[in-house]
Design a protein around this ligand. Sequence first.
Ligand code: N01
Length: 532
Amino acid sequence: MIKSREVDVVVVGAGFAGIYMLYKLKKLGFSSRVIERGDGVGGTWYWNRYPGARCDIPSLQYSYQFDDDLQQEWEWEEKYSSQKQILEYANHVVDRFDLRNDITFNTEVQSATFNEEHGKWTVKTSDEEIVCSHCVMATGCLSQVNEPNIPGIENFKGEILHTGKWPHSDVNFEGKNVSIIGTGSSSIQSIPIIAETAKNLTVFQRTANYSIPSNNGPMDPDEEAEIKSRYKEFREENWQNGFGIAGLENELLATEAPEEETKKVFSEHWDKSGLGFLGAYADLMLDPNANEIAASFVRDKIKELVDNPETANDLCPDHTIGCKRLCVDTGYYETFNKPNVSLINIKRDPILDITENSVKTQTNEFETDMLILATGFDAMTGALTNIDITGRNGQKLSEVWANGAKSYLGLGIAGFPNLFMVTGPGSPSVLSNMLPSIEQHVEWISDCLAWMRENNKSIIESTESAEEEWMKHVKETSELTLYTTCNSWYNGSNLDGKSKTFLPYIGVPPYAEKCEEVSKTNYQGFIFDKSN
Ligand code: N01
């Protein structure tokens, strides 16, 4: 029997966004329910358990700051924490603030429908109908996996795994012929570890990727103590640079520096900065000549690290560095020197078919016991369009977004009243440090809900004109940079049939300022209690 209940707010997803949203709603005294499809919290860090999964933003930054005792007391083991410790942290936060009982696990939201007559949403799961005033979609930017339809894949008799929904039990590669498709961050992190025990590892690469060594290691106690002694200030400083991440601020231009100096600067960044490599100079994502200096530095490194010149050439990307998400690795390129690892450039030798026990390319056949899809996600929109969301006048979100997602500030969508997104398309999200961005959105949404309650407003929605103007600004801002110059999941071009729209907003400080201005002016760009 379908149960039904009514709450003020339904939150979809119990990743870092859903957890903090729930914490804030409880503090404000709103009744709420979080629906989570996994059997535990953690979102991305719950699902992406592939070998080597870790965060490539230092954990002292990729963590909550809303509670000072929490940020002071929690001890990260490494500079870049493993998926395991990040998941432990998510669970710790949930238990510390007593949030677990407000989450319904193992439950997928099937639909959310706005009832115009009552001004309420009905959220349906397989066994429950929840009526609520507001819906907060904390569904994550990288949570709907991309499972490509490769000819013959249904005939494969071995194990098929996806990095984005990795099994919870140990996966054994020993003695197996493993094939992995895709060479993004997930693949680049897992390949060195799989190669340690697999009999053979064959990597099918469609597009080579730039990767910078993480130089990960145990947490430096002096650095930790120094940051913790001025944590608030440290967080505020980071929030002031374009991506909300320390080490990406620089005013020097690569195009104005002598060649010897750029080599020295890039070498220093290669040895210590990980993602911060792109912060070596201010013009790397603005000027193609500057970008090429950085790109050719990395290509030279690849050629130094990889013994076989043909493999090295295939591993050298030819696109703008940084316009696909930069990868950070531990021993990725060096892994191709192992005798059990081979690289197949599928642009030159395309995959034609998957059989019961092999991957067949145009010129070869690779025996395969285990096939790993490291093929990424329907990023930023997939988790939302996968739910049957119906707003005013019966409009379906999947149809409204068919030609590209539109939103006001990545928070609200015209025609979908009382529905908020955390780090939705049109906000800095994936081009920022996600944790502070999540906190900023959750705080903005909770302030708005509290303001509505105080001011007797029951319905909020963004206007079409505010949305159009904002998305125009998102587009224009992206066009000032080199982020739009290649195929990437930032612009939907990783998936056949997805509209090519650049979705993240570039620039944390102006974005945060705009959000503040909107709330200070009684939510300019939103309207309240509109009647039909
Ligand atoms: O996914 P991806 P990911 N046939 O989309 C290829 C975050 N993350 O899971 O480039 C053959 O980057 C595709 O090829 P192409 C991070 O933000 C963070 O690795 O589209 N190949 C590509 O090589 C990251 O960017 C961490 O030509 C196909 C690969 O599959 C994001 O998640 C760790 C194909 C997919 O790469 C996604 O990373 C891991 C097909 N049909 C991930 N379809 C941190 O460290 C796709 N590909 C925080």
